[in-house]
Design a protein around this ligand. Structure first.
Ligand code: CP
Ligand code: NVA
Length: 318
């Protein structure tokens, strides 16, 4: 990327929301990943880089979190700013104040808002009512910050993104949606295997296929884990019951029989495949202990990169 293009990118990202990878071009996503890698190196070298001095991020949480909460809060501190943890139940939002009013009020105090919520429409509504950038820290539809960290991790380990094949075996949930949208924008190949009734969202699949056709990537949604995993560089899975689906746990364990990534299934991937999981994980359900704790697992590199990826997103948009 030339200096001029980098400057153009920086200008075009300023003030933008980060709700879905679908709102960004492949070049913009790649710019943010490269920025994150650069900021990670600076941080490791002990350089203090504080473009957000004096700025405050509000973090609204309607669901639990370990990684998202800690990485956003630490990230904001490292950038010279401050982060506020706001549990939905402690806000008037939890007593029925509208998302719109909350967004309007918060915009008068804050320089950015991160939200983790159930319904994706809350993320959209918050962004609509807010005059400062809104970042999606996970909704039932998408988890875009996780995927920025994930594709940075892939790039660091594999040296490229274009042409890389990711196999996702499991539930057609928020994780796989963002993985598909991102892969399609970045020229990667993604193959998804899910049991009947648990496929990824049809619209997300359609749009991802259209975007992949432009970028040189491919998107395959199938039933058979062996078909999806064949020749994969990256093998990815997520929990079978996401937050809010706890009461379906038993039913889902039955429905997902045969979809565990274990040593047997992993043999169908490339011999140098890498295993990824957004965490938290359920060992013995979606993944065997041998795979997730084995030499080819890079789950903690992914978790670390949440910090760097989100610092880049915040620095660029706020
Ligand atoms: N992967 C992820 O978002 O983790 P948390 O739920 O702990 O934030
Ligand atoms: N699909 C999981 C991801 C957690 C980071 C969930 O929504 O609970």
């Amino acid at each position: 990327m030339t200096e001029a293009t980098m400057e153009e990118m920086a200008t075009s990202l300023k003030g933008r929301d980060f709700l879905s990878l679908a709102d960004y071009t492949g070049e913009e996503l790649r710019y943010l990943i490269d920025l994150s890698i650069r900021m990670k190196k600076q941080h490791k070298a002990g350089e203090i880089v504080q473009p957000l001095k004096g700025k405050t991020l509000g973090m609204i949480f309607e669901k639990s979190s370990t990684r998202t909460r800690v990485s956003f809060e630490v990230g904001m501190y490292q950038l010279g700013g401050h982060a506020l943890f706001l549990s939905k139940n402690d806000l008037q939002l939890g007593r029925g104040e509208t998302v719109w009013d909350t967004a309007q009020v918060m915009s008068r105090y804050l320089d950015g808002i991160m939200i983790r919520t159930f319904a994706h429409r809350n993320v959209i509504e918050l962004a609509r009512g807010s005059t400062v950038p809104v970042i999606n820290g996970l909704s039932d539809l998408e988890h875009p910050c996780q995927v920025m960290a994930d594709y940075q991790t892939v790039l660091e380990h594999k040296g490229r993104l274009e042409g890389i094949k990711i196999a996702y075996i499991g539930d057609g949930n928020n994780m796989v949606h963002s993985l598909m949208i991102g892969a399609a924008k970045l020229g990667m190949h993604i193959a998804v295997a899910s049991p009947e009734g648990y496929e990824p969202d049809a619209d997300v699949t359609k749009v991802s296929k259209e975007n992949a056709a432009q970028s040189g990537g491919t998107v395959l949604v199938c039933r058979d884990p062996k078909e999806a995993i064949a020749g994969a560089d990256i093998v990815y899975t997520d929990v079978w019951a996401s937050m809010g689906q706890e009461e379906e746990q038993e039913k889902r364990i039955k429905a997902f029989r045969g979809y565990q990534i274990d040593e047997q299934l992993a043999k169908y991937a490339k011999s140098d495949y890498l295993f990824m999981h957004c965490l938290p994980a359920h060992r013995g359900e979606e993944v065997s202990e041998g795979v997730i704790d084995g030499d080819q697992s890079i789950i903690f590199d992914q978790a670390e990169n949440r910090l760097h990826a989100q610092k880049a997103i915040m620095a660029a948009t706020m």
